[in-house]
Design a protein around this ligand. Structure first.
Ligand SMILES: C[S@@+](CC[C@H](N)C(=O)[O-])C[C@H]1O[C@@H](n2cnc3c(N)ncnc32)[C@H](O)[C@@H]1O
Length: 223
């Protein structure tokens, strides 16, 4: 695969890959490579965010896995940081929902992607809706909760309400597509729940991702 654009490409576009690698900082080349090869809809800055998100995590829950991009990014990043303990529970029914025409092929693509990256033993896939999966959750504190499932107001709010209490002190909740222009319901749900919850620190942003750290006076603690 060529690493430089042909000379006929405008200069700004030719310089862009190198510019990006430098701007992305540590692991920039690998982040670019994964961003370009994994199927999914993330801005490059969001790819970098996810790559570093689970670097110290043991227990990660992902709501909305689609074809495995965010899952593999978190696992590749954890591995690059020397984290060999991380496990991800990935929840996705992989069927059409009111939010999108998701399908069976997404399930196969998800499994193939995870397998191709050698992470099958790190992933516990629950092919179900998040509101059903929460009833089965064993109650372990969650270090990273990544929410990217139902993008309606009601669906996103249910995910924040159902799952956020499991985020451990020092743990992180992050939600994709929390922006007014396309997904006002997700943003509203975030603001009414995590944004208004004193046991979480101030909301931070990375492009369309909103995230917050659970402060020490909240969350589920280990017994
Ligand atoms: C935007 S995609 C997720 C993209 C993925 N996080 C990535 O970055 O590659 C949304 C996914 O959420 C799933 N989904 C929708 N409603 C859900 C729910 N209630 N629980 C779990 N997953 C859900 C859909 O099947 C779809 O695969």
């Amino acid at each position: 695969m060529p690493t430089t654009a042909p000379a006929s490409t405008p200069l700004a576009k030719r310089l862009r890959p190198n510019y990006l690698r430098v701007r992305l900082g540590a692991h920039g080349s690998e982040i670019c490579r994964l961003h370009n090869t994994l199927e999914g809809l993330l801005a490059i800055q969001e790819t970098r965010f996810l790559y570093h998100l689970a670097k110290d995590a043991k227990t990660v829950v992902e709501i909305g896995s689609f074809r495995g991009k965010s899952c593999v990014l978190m696992l590749e990043g954890a591995k690059a940081h020397g984290n060999t303990d991380v496990r991800i529970t990935c929840i996705d029914p992989h069927e059409p929902t009111h939010f999108g025409a998701f399908k069976d092929e997404d399930h196969d693509a998800f499994e193939n992607t995870v397998r191709a990256h050698g992470f099958s033993d790190r992933v516990d896939h629950k092919r179900m809706y998040s509101h059903d999966a929460v009833g089965e959750w064993h109650g372990s504190p969650i270090d990273v909760l990544w929410v990217d499932g139902d993008h309606s107001y009601e669906g996103a709010k249910a995910d924040f309400v159902d799952w956020a209490s499991f985020v451990s002190p020092g743990g992180v909740i992050a939600a994709h597509d929390t922006y007014r222009e396309r997904f006002p319901g997700v943003l509203e749900a975030w603001n009414e729940t995590i944004g208004a919850d004193d046991s979480f620190g101030e909301t931070q942003r990375c492009r369309t991702i909103a995230w917050a750290i659970r402060t020490s006076n909240g969350g589920v603690t280990s017994s």
